[in-house]
Ligand binder design. Structure first.
Ligand code: MG
Length: 157
């Protein structure tokens, strides 16, 4: 068994689509980034890569690469899975926390789990997603961005 953690944060800005866990969420702002800026998928991908002892997603998908501008982060997740597979490892379960003031995530949780289940190749029952506010404290509390934490367990295939 191998365990890994991931953390990511992106700034909220107008004129972008908010994508969390591969699902477009209606909101007045979206996350800024070189990819679709899906902070939840990035944290999970880094947890998988970390558990496998591999470099982080910036190594595989450098934000200096114009070829991957606007890339769907489900591709990044699938890459992390495939890199873990090359080391003989597969995902047992993933748990994660989104930290954001707005919007409410609960109406979209089931759709996000469906998407992540497909991308990760594990059942929905093996995926945890929680959401919490930052209680108005700091930059996330002011609604300037969204952060995500994730932990992942891998086992030898
Ligand atoms: Mg990121």
């Amino acid at each position: 068994m191998r365990i890994g953690t991931g953390y990511d944060i992106h700034r909220l800005t107008e004129g972008r689509t908010l994508v969390l866990g591969g699902v477009e969420i209606p909101y007045k702002k979206g996350l800024l980034g070189h990819s679709d800026a899906d902070v939840l998928s990035h944290a999970i991908a880094d947890a998988i890569l970390g558990a496998a002892g591999l470099p982080d997603i910036g190594f595989f998908f450098p934000n200096s690469d114009p070829e991957i501008e606007g890339i769907d982060s489900q591709i990044i997740l699938r890459c992390a899975i495939s890199e873990a597979h090359t080391k003989g490892l597969c995902v047992v379960n993933v748990d994660s926390t989104l930290i954001l003031e707005e919007p409410k995530i609960s109406p979209y949780l089931s759709a996000i789990k469906d998407q992540l289940s497909e991308s990760l190749g594990i059942p929905k029952s093996s995926i945890g997603i929680k959401a919490t506010t930052h209680e108005g404290i700091g930059d996330i509390g002011k609604g300037l961005g969204i952060a995500a934490q994730a932990v992942c367990l891998l086992e030898e295939a």
